[in-house]
Design a protein around this ligand. Structure first.
Ligand code: SF4
Ligand code: FES
Length: 246
């Protein structure tokens, strides 16, 4: 396959940045999207040019590192997959593929495709955990949890913190991410003890970081690689109202 890549190149936060075109001739349909970028970087390195910086780690949809906006879609054209799980067979020979970083007020570009997603880490630090001294590992069935509740909590826990929901939202809202983290713990008995402070602190941190309000367009759910449901946003809002009235 031959493809033309138009990739966002930006040296740093203060640099204006621009799309730069590259032609690649030796792409195979079975290459992953990130392997195709590796091939580009190999060619750039051989020519002594600056390679494209892009985030990646597990390359199997688990870590949430990869974060490319591909042809105007967060993580590319397929639903329910991260960019690292996308393969070149999803494109046609001769295609032009536009690759950009997440664009959001709260995520500034560090270099090329790499953006600073530490605002999401600070939201987790504000309350996305259970702060009890757990002692030894309890038996799996020591605290019974009804199966439908466990499954809903598990769906929320599938969030990999990639930030695609923020990038896809026209308000650059982080509501789906924060809701997944709040909901996962609010649903389980282990998370109830700190539920009030958790939702108040995480939402306050989300606002402090400069994320926008929910746009109610459901673009976040549509582009989420783990298909986290917007119903978790409704739960977070209920948790927030309860916490403010308590
Ligand atoms: S909710 Fe989905 S899109 Fe948002 S950070 Fe989590 S996995 Fe990524
Ligand atoms: S590289 Fe880990 S989710 Fe894509």
């Amino acid at each position: 396959m031959r493809v033309t890549l138009k990739i966002w190149r930006q040296k740093g936060r203060q640099d204006k940045g621009a799309l730069v075109a590259y032609k690649l001739n030796n792409v195979t349909p079975d290459m992953s999207f990130l392997e195709m970028l590796d091939l580009l970087n190999l060619e750039l390195a051989r020519k002594g040019e600056d390679v494209v910086a892009f985030d990646h780690d597990c390359r199997e949809g688990i870590c949430g590192s990869c974060s490319s906006y591909i042809n105007g879609r967060a993580h590319g054209p397929l639903r329910g997959v991260a960019a690292c799980q996308l393969h070149m067979r999803s494109f046609k020979d001769g295609d032009t593929i536009v690759v950009e970083p997440w664009r959001a007020k709260a995520f500034h570009v560090i270099k090329d495709m790499v953006v600073d997603r530490t605002p999401l880490d600070r939201i987790i630090q504000a309350g996305g955990y259970v702060s009890v001294k757990t002692g030894g590992t309890p038996d799996g069935n020591a605290i019974p949890v009804p199966k439908p509740i466990a499954e809903e909590a598990f769906e929320a826990a599938a969030c990999i913190g990639c930030g695609a929901c923020v990038a896809a939202c026209k308000n650059a809202s982080a509501m789906l991410f924060v809701a997944a983290k709040v909901s996962q713990l609010a649903l389980l008995p282990q998370g109830r003890a700190e539920a009030r402070d958790r939702v108040l602190n995480m939402v306050a941190q989300m606002d402090k970081e400069g994320f926008g309000a929910c746009s109610n367009t459901y673009a976040c759910e549509a582009e989420c690689p783990k298909q986290v449901s917007v119903s978790h946003i409704a739960r977070m809002n209920r948790e927030l109202i309860k916490a403010k009235l308590a």
